[in-house]
Design a protein around this ligand. Structure first.
Ligand code: CP
Length: 307
C-alpha cells in the first residue's frame, strides 16, 4: 500500500494494513544489519534529528543506527546543553532546528502529546519515540515483528502484559497493535496499576498472575515506572515482586512453552529474575535487534519518498 502519513504518533490511528506494511518492509530491511557493510543508500541526503527530552538507551541508539544504515545524516540533539534550559519551548526548539532544513524529528518527552504538538507546528516528519503514558509506537512495532517472526502470525496468539499498565505507553501501543492484528490480549497487575477504562480497549483484565499466564504464548513484563508514580501505589517492591514477579519456579508453572518479552530497561529481581532473563525462551535481546529493522522501515516510509 502507498504510505501517505507525514508522522507516526501512535498505533491507535494506524490501520491493520499500515501496521502490516511496516512489518513487511522491516522484514526486507532486517538482513542489512547482518552484512559486513551495514548500509544502503535509501535515505542519502535526508537529515534525521533525535530530540530526546527523557533518557533512553535502546530507542535513541536504535533510531540513530537505523537512520545511518539507510545513509541518512543524524543529529543527536543534546537537550541538557541546549537553550531549552533557558526556557525555550519545545515548539520553538523544533522550529529553529527545522529552519536548518532537516527532514525528521524523533521525539521522546515525558508529557503525553508533546510529539503531536511538534508535528502540528513543523513540516518535517515527527516520529513518537515515547510520550508520557500515551504511546511508544515503534516499541510495539518491534514487539509485533518479534512475535510474528517467532510464530509466523499474530492472529490468535495469546499475549499477557504484566505490571504497571497505568503508566505504560508500551502497554497502550502494544494493546492497539496486537488487537488490530487479531491477538488475544490479557493485562494483569495490582488493581491500583490497572486503569478501569482499559477493558474498553478489548483486553481481558485479571489481577491474578497465574490466570494471566496460564496457557499463554507470550509473557510480556513491564518495568515498574517509579519515576511516573505520583502516589505510592504499592505497599512494597518486595510484595510486588512476590505476587507479580516472574522467577524460574513461576515460569515452570505455565502450562505451555511461553516466550518472555520485556521492552527494557529491566528491574532485575523485581518484575523479572535474572534466571528468566537468560532463558532460551527469552526474546528480550531479539526485540532490541529487531528494533533497528522496524525503525528503518518507519523512517523509509515517512521520509523516503516525496509526499
Ligand atoms: N524500551 C525503551 O524505550 O527503552 P529506552 O528507554 O532505553 O529507549
Amino acid at each position: 500500500m502507498e504510505w501517505t502519513r507525514k508522522d507516526l504518533i501512535g498505533l491507535e490511528e494506524l490501520k491493520k494494513e499500515e501496521i502490516e506494511t511496516i512489518l513487511d518492509l522491516a522484514s526486507s530491511f532486517k538482513d542489512i544489519s547482518s552484512r559486513s557493510v551495514k548500509k544502503v543508500p535509501a535515505l542519502r541526503g535526508r537529515t534525521v534529528v533525535n530530540l530526546f527530552f527523557e533518557p533512553s538507551t535502546r530507542t535513541r541508539t536504535s533510531f540513530e543506527l537505523a537512520a545511518k544504515r539507510l545513509s541518512a545524516d543524524v543529529l543527536s540533539f543534546d537537550v541538557s546543553t541546549s537553550s531549552v534550559s533557558k526556557g525555550e519551548t519545545i515548539v520553538d526548539t523544533a522550529k529553529n532546528i527545522e529552519a536548518m532544513k532537516v527532514d525528521c524529528f524523533i521525539v521522546r518527552h515525558s508529557i503525553s502529546g508533546a510529539p503531536e504538538i511538534i508535528s502540528k507546528n513543523v513540516n518535517a516528519s515527527v516520529i513518537n519515540a515515547g510520550d508520557g503514558c500515551h504511546e511508544h509506537p515503534t516499541q510495539a512495532l518491534l514487539d509485533l515483528f518479534t512475535v510474528r517472526e517467532k510464530f509466523g502470525k499474530i492472529e490468535g496468539i495469546k499475549i499477557s502484559i504484566i505490571g504497571d499498565i497505568l503508566h505504560s505507553r508500551v502497554a497502550r501501543s502494544n494493546i492497539w497493535g496486537f488487537k488490530k492484528l487479531g491477538a488475544e490480549v490479557w493485562v494483569c497487575g495490582p488493581p491500583p496499576l490497572i486503569p478501569s477504562e482499559i477493558s474498553k480497549m478489548g483486553v481481558n483484565v485479571t489481577y491474578d498472575l497465574d490466570e494471566a499466564i496460564s496457557n499463554t504464548d507470550i509473557v510480556y513484563l513491564l518495568r515498574l515506572q517509579r519515576e511516573r508514580q505520583k502516589e505510592n501505589f504499592l505497599p512494597s517492591l518486595k510484595e510486588y515482586s512476590f505476587i507479580y514477579g516472574i522467577d524460574e519456579k513461576r515460569y515452570k508453572k505455565i502450562s505451555k512453552k511461553s516466550y518472555i518479552m520485556h521492552p527494557g530497561p529491566m528491574n532485575r529481581g523485581i518484575e523479572i529474575k535474572s534466571e528468566v532473563v537468560e532463558k532460551d525462551e527469552s526474546l528480550i535481546l531479539q526485540q532490541v535487534t529487531n528494533g533497528i529493522a522496524v525503525r528503518m522501515a518507519v523512517l523509509y516510509l515517512t521520509i523516503g519518498r516525496k509526499r
